[in-house]
Ligand binder design. Structure first.
Ligand code: AMP
Length: 374
């Protein structure tokens, strides 16, 4: 049952990272109160929340406490304990449900769901042991990528196999459970669509982003993606089909590969706001965080309109000091830092958003700034 949650009421967020923080900041604009559950005190979201519950995500008592103080509960990451979330849905208002988390936590169920929605994924097989993979891998061929079905992120838990003689490289992955082997996709671009839907089925996609990774971590998102109209349309339709099939409430990020022949295949899904949608805070008439709050609170959604071409660049630990030193040089840059206390190398600490009339010039300005030079 869809209910409306009103300003003054409390939104509970499981997870206190930057996604929770940006959800909280959006919600606070409309006068909501925020309660957050995170294992650390003063997490990025905890710093802007009204109530902090400091405990493990699977701590039953802490989840009950969160339910007691919250009128609606959402989450900012998908690796929460599914069973704990499922139990929570039985006594608290969790409009997103637990099913989407169950499906997207595991690459095998995720890929099956995408196919059921009538959308393409790269040809793949799933296996529970190296012996089984050895038998099935001919169906995929080489080169292929083996990925742990559960728990991988940012390229972790993956190996590229170029031939049968590489098979042994995949052995350690099976220590983490079942794996998928998927054909290596010779993509020309990686793009993503953030699709958002409320309990009444109202659905909007944010403008399509083009993603550039460095060391398997998102480096830049360029919006609109520099692809043809046909690819933009296919991408949006695919995201909407998946959202409808999964009866999405809230936010789903759909990462895709674009092929030479201008078709797309889906790489993976994330059931939450996504790094590649951060540009929308300044770039779009409605940000992914505002829209997410509207969706889970049963409010009508707003149609996203891109104000101007936008580039988002991630700020990792090693970029914080050079960025801080350069602030005076770049008055047009919107600086976001997430309040994390330790600027570890490769840790996501913040991002910069730049609205521009000239994407190439802006990309060059970023490259020549000496902040992201490595
Ligand atoms: P993932 O963790 O699945 O998002 O993969 C991380 C990155 O590895 C992607 O953003 C791609 O750059 C690359 N990658 C993953 N799967 C494939 C594939 N099947 N073919 C080619 N590149 C891939």
């Amino acid at each position: 049952m869809t209910k409306t949650v009103y300003p003054g009421q409390t939104i509970g967020i499981i997870g206190g990272g930057q996604l929770g923080r940006m959800m909280a900041l959006a919600a606070k604009e409309a006068g909501f109160k925020i309660a957050v559950l995170d294992p650390t005190m003063d997490s990025p979201c905890g710093q802007v929340a009204d109530i902090q519950i400091v405990a493990a995500f699977n701590d039953e008592t802490a989840l009950e406490e969160l339910a007691e103080v919250s009128d609606v509960i959402t989450y900012e990451f998908e690796n929460i304990d599914y069973k704990g979330l499922k139990r929570l849905t039985e006594y608290a208002y969790v409009p997103q449900g637990a099913e989407l988390v169950r499906i997207t936590q595991n690459r095998i169920t995720e890929k099956a769901a995408i196919r059921e929605a009538g959308v393409s994924v790269a040809n793949y097989v799933s296996a529970t042991s190296l012996i089984e993979l050895n038998e099935l891998i001919v169906e995929v061929g080489f080169p292929c990528i083996v990925k742990t079905a559960f728990g991988g992120y940012d390229g972790k838990g993956q190996v590229l196999l170029n031939s049968m003689s590489d098979l042994k490289l995949a052995e350690p992955l099976f220590e983490h459970g079942a794996c998928v082997a998927e054909v290596f996709v010779p993509f020309t671009k990686e793009i993503s669509v953030i699709v958002q839907r409320n309990g009444n089925g109202e659905t909007y996609c944010l403008p399509v982003g083009e993603n550039i990774h460095k060391h398997h971590i998102l480096h830049e998102t360029i919006v609109p993606a520099r692809v043809s109209e046909s690819v933009l349309t296919q991408a949006t339709i695919a995201a909407e089909k998946i959202a409808d099939h999964l009866k999405l409430v809230g936010t789903l990020a759909v990462e895709m590969f674009v092929l030479e022949d201008e078709t797309i295949v889906i790489n993976e899904l994330a059931p939450r706001p996504h790094n590649s949608g951060h540009y929308s805070i300044e770039g779009s008439s409605i940000s992914q965080f505002h829209q997410h709050i509207r969706a889970i609170c049963g409010w009508p959604l707003r149609k996203p309109v891109l104000h101007q071409s936008t580039v988002m660049v991630n700020v990792l630990g090693e970029h914080v000091v050079p960025l801080s030193n350069a602030i005076s040089k770049y008055p047009n840059w919107s600086i976001h830092l997430y309040g994390k206390n330790e600027a570890k190398v490769k840790r996501k600490m913040g991002h910069v958003t730049i609205l521009t009339d000239d994407i190439n010039k802006t990309l060059q300005e970023i490259e020549h700034s000496d902040i992201w030079s490595e």
